[in-house]
Design a protein around this ligand. Structure first.
Ligand SMILES: [Zn+2]
Length: 278
């Protein structure tokens, strides 16, 4: 019984080779539904085209074409020039100091440094996602600019969204973060509703992505409405200010000064901005 089986196998192989040859031939032939004029070369080129096209098409980044403003509050050398800080600027409702030194922890870690660190991480994350980023200061070794200038830098860039980054100098016993929202006053009228949405996205992302609780002393449920800040009064782009925590509270201070937490805050702000602009 072996011999007939071998013959049968050889016969199958021969049939298979013949079939294979005819399949190769068929694949080279003009497909039945191809236009009559389609040449063999064109058909081959068309067959190769899809992978080339797929490779050439860039993946759309989530923030491609978007401009994001970041204002890291205060500046590292503000304390060296009190007369500069005391200069009065019009914030749309009242006269306000040009800038302030900002808060610091009991051990002397400054808010200016915290704000700038988070801004740096956020800037890198935003750029990775395709955004163009506009910062109001490019180092932590300078003075100012005034709060009105910071607002103007972001307005003039026509940012699609903006965040002012701060950490509070609140009561020693108070903990947590607060999202400061603008109140309609003329210049910012058109961005009140959008800022509210952005603020809600930031609040939710903070709760989901960090261990910082909502403020125990500032506002309600993590929100507070402010009409006394140039950054919010003069904004013509959707913007919120976040007090990420209380530098004067020892528990918050430990969290705020950790690089891991600062990177977490940046990722949280990125997520909120992507959601808001998505
Ligand atoms: Zn501040």
């Amino acid at each position: 019984m072996l011999v007939p089986a071998v013959i049968a196998c050889i016969a199958l192989v021969v049939v298979a080779i013949a079939a294979g040859a005819s399949i190769v031939g068929a694949s080279r032939a003009r497909p039945a539904d191809a236009p009559r004029g389609a040449a063999k070369g064109t058909a081959r080129g068309a067959a190769k085209a899809p992978p080339r096209t797929a490779a050439a098409a860039p993946t759309q980044l989530p923030l491609q074409g978007k401009v994001v403003g970041i204002d890291p509050g205060h500046n590292g050398r503000n304390f060296t020039d009190p007369s500069y800080l005391d200069k009065k600027v019009w914030n749309g409702r009242e006269w306000e100091d040009c800038d302030t030194t900002g808060a610091q922890t009991a051990s002397g870690y400054t808010e200016a440094r915290f704000n700038f660190q988070v801004a740096g991480y956020l800037r890198a994350d935003l750029i990775k996602d395709g955004a163009r980023v506009v910062l109001t200061r490019d180092s932590d070794n300078g003075i100012g600019p005034c709060v009105t200038t910071r607002s103007a830098i972001i307005d003039n860039a026509h940012a699609n969204a903006a965040v002012d980054i701060h950490a509070d100098g609140g009561p020693v016993s108070g903990r947590g973060f607060a999202v400061l929202e603008p109140v309609a006053d003329g210049p910012n009228d058109k961005v009140i509703a959008a800022s509210k949405r952005l603020g809600a996205d930031v609040r939710d992302a903070m709760l989901a992505g960090t261990r910082m609780p909502v403020s125990s002393y500032d506002g309600k449920n993590g929100f507070t409405f402010r009409d006394d800040l140039a950054g919010l009064n003069l904004t013509t782009v959707p913007k919120i200010l976040i007090e990420v925590g209380n530098m004067r509270n020892s528990t918050d201070a430990e969290v705020l000064t950790s690089a891991v937490f600062q990177q977490q805050v940046a990722r949280v702000l990125l997520a909120a901005i992507v959601k808001f602009l998505g």
